[in-house]
Structures are given as structure tokens and as C-alpha cells.
Design a protein around this ligand. Structure first.
Ligand code: ADP
Length: 299
């Protein structure tokens, strides 16, 4: 029927990304990031329930509410436009599906406990946390194995870009709180963390820009795509490949992979990641410029 990705995007299309720098008064640097899609909430008559349930299996449509006479379903805007070509639906609201994170940076400051300090350089610490309400089923609030792993890989990526030798015996602490999640949260957190580090005035060799690329079946055909949703990640045969790069030197700081992929597909995916990272880099730079525009105006 409709030939496209499950939420109406083109294979190489990112979800919308909005970044704001300097959002927290108490932190030395901070950023808020919204990485996702707006949705339309539409009314579907009960008589079409079977049809809408079939679409839900195939596309990124979610049941919002079941009413006596009709169903309220959430549909990404792009997909809604395609559905509208087939038939008119009444829109009863709007929503958002994606990742939202707030990142705070403190430091360089005295490390606590003191003995973890390095006499030759600053240490970077990264705490990635997903809020209990950030996923459909309540997540246990205690940090799990997954959060410890993500914190570790993010820390290692950032440690490679900050001029740590300039700040011996100090710690740079990064806290990333995920308020909403829909796949790609480690790259969302890293992209915002790099902006927050710059906002804190911490000298860096380059920016860090991160996104996930991968492979999913689109109409049964293996397709290399940018920025997978949770729905896409869970498709059979899907491969998810989070990558963080320095956008100017194109150095890879993080690369992980779930699933199997051929060498050619991997090359295509990495090439796509580098291309799309440049788009995200512009959004990061604009967030910082906007912050300083505000500062100058208020002086
Ligand atoms: P990333 O968010 O970096 O893609 P994963 O691949 O581990 O990391 O997770 C993919 C997605 O799975 C997350 O973004 C989130 O939407 C979902 N998820 C992860 N952990 C949980 C959990 N404990 N409960 C429900 N959903 C989860």
C-alpha cells in the first residue's frame, strides 16, 4: 500500500532534533534535547478496528484510547499525511514520540573521593539514567546493567575529546537524565552532553555528534537507514549501530552493533552516519550560538 519506513520517513531521514543549551541554573553547563516525531491523534471508527490493527502491526501507530464508538490512535505526522490520501480522519490532538534528555555538566572540580583524581589529567565521569516514566512499562529506578554500560561507553567517547591534561586532579561530571525514550537514547545523551560540555566552557578538540544507523526491512527489502525507532529496532532482522564521531575530523569515538550485517552494508551505514552527523553538528552549533545570543542580549 504505502512504500516507506514505518513512521513515514525516508531511509536517510532523521527524526526532528531540537537542542537548547544552558537550561539549568545550577549546573556549570547544560543542554536539553528533544529527538523525535510529532504525532497526530486521530479518531478511527470501531468498524475499521481490524484494518487499523493490521496497520499497527506494520507501521508505527499506537492505540491511545478505546472508546465506545471509536478508537483514538497516535500516528506520526508523515504517516498521517499518507493515510489522509486514502481517507479523511478527524484529528483530536497532538503528541510526541521520541527521546527527551536533560544533561548537566559540573567541573572541572575537585574529585570526590579525592583518591580517584589523576595527577596528570581530569577524569570524566558520565551518569546515564532513564527515568521510570520514560518507557511504556515503568522502569525500575535503580541503575541497571544497561545504564552502567551506556555510562561507560559515553564517558570513554567524551574523555577522548576534552583537553583533560589542562586540569589535573579534577573531575568533569556529566549527568544525563532520559525523560522519554524511543531508541537511540545513548546517542541522544551524547549529542546533548557535548553541547553541555561546550556550554560549561570545557575546552575540547572537536564536538561529539552521535546517532544510530542500521538496517531494517522496508517492504521486505533490507535497507540501510538513519535513526531507528524502537519499533524499527524490534523488527526481525534489524541491525542497530550507534555511532559517535568528531564531525570535523570524522574520528569514530563510539561504535556498537546489535545483529548481523555484511561488509558492504556496514560501509554504507558508516558513510550515512558521517553524512547525517554533519546535519546534527549544525543543530549543536546553533544551540550554542543561540545561548550566547541570549547572554549578550541580557548584558
Ligand atoms: P538505546 O536507547 O541507546 O538505543 P538500547 O538499544 O539498549 O539503547 O535500548 C533501545 C530502547 O529500548 C530504549 O531507547 C528504550 O526505548 C527501550 N528500553 C530500554 N530499556 C528499557 C526498559 N527497561 N524498559 C522498557 N524499554 C526499555
Amino acid at each position: 500500500m504505502i512504500r516507506m519506513r514505518s513512521d513515514g520517513r525516508e531511509p536517510d531521514e532523521l527524526r526532528s532534533i531540537r537542542i537548547e543549551a544552558g537550561v539549568l541554573e545550577r549546573a556549570d553547563g547544560s543542554a536539553r534535547i528533544e529527538w523525535g516525531l510529532k504525532t497526530k491523534r486521530i479518531l478511527v471508527p470501531r468498524s475499521e478496528e481490524q484494518h487499523i490493527r493490521e496497520l499497527m502491526e506494520q507501521y508505527y501507530i499506537k492505540m491511545h484510547e478505546v472508546r465506545e464508538k471509536d478508537l483514538v490512535v497516535d500516528v506520526p505526522e508523515k504517516l498521517y499525511k499518507k493515510l489522509k490520501e486514502l481517507r479523511d480522519y478527524e484529528v483530536v490532538g497532538e503528541g510526541f514520540r521520541g527521546n527527551i534528555a536533560v544533561v548537566a555538566v559540573y567541573g572541572p572540580r575537585e574529585p570526590i573521593p579525592k583518591h580517584v583524581g589523576d595527577p596528570y589529567k581530569a577524569i570524566v565521569r558520565f551518569a546515564y539514567r532513564m527515568a521510570p516514566f520514560s518507557v511504556p512499562e515503568r522502569k525500575r529506578p535503580a541503575p541497571g546493567r544497561r545504564e552502567i554500560e551506556i555510562s561507560k561507553v559515553c564517558k570513554e567517547a567524551l574523555q577522548r575529546v576534552v583537553f583533560a591534561e589542562e586540569f589535573p586532579m579534577t573531575a568533569i561530571d556529566v549527568f544525563a537524565e532520559l525523560l522519554s525514550s524511543d531508541a537511540g537514547t545513548r546517542v541522544t545523551a551524547l549529542t546533548a552532553a557535548a553541547v553541555a560540555l561546550a556550554d560549561a566552557g570545557i575546552p575540547m578538540r572537536d564536538m561529539v555528534t552521535a546517532l544510530a544507523v542500521g538496517k531494517i526491512p522496508v517492504e521486505g527489502k533490507e535497507t540501510i537507514v538513519a535513526d531507528l525507532t524502537k519499533f524499527e529496532e524490534d523488527l526481525e532482522g534489524a541491525v542497530d549501530l550507534p555511532i559517535a564521531i568528531t564531525p570535523r575530523n570524522e574520528e569514530i569515538l563510539l561504535m556498537q552493533m546489535d545483529g548481523r550485517i555484511t561488509k558492504d552494508q556496514l560501509e554504507e551505514a558508516v558513510e550515512l552516519a558521517i553524512k547525517k552527523a554533519k546535519e546534527i553538528y549544525e543543530i549543536q552549533k546553533n544551540a550554542l550560538k543561540e545561548k550566547y545570543r541570549r547572554v549578550v542580549q541580557n548584558e
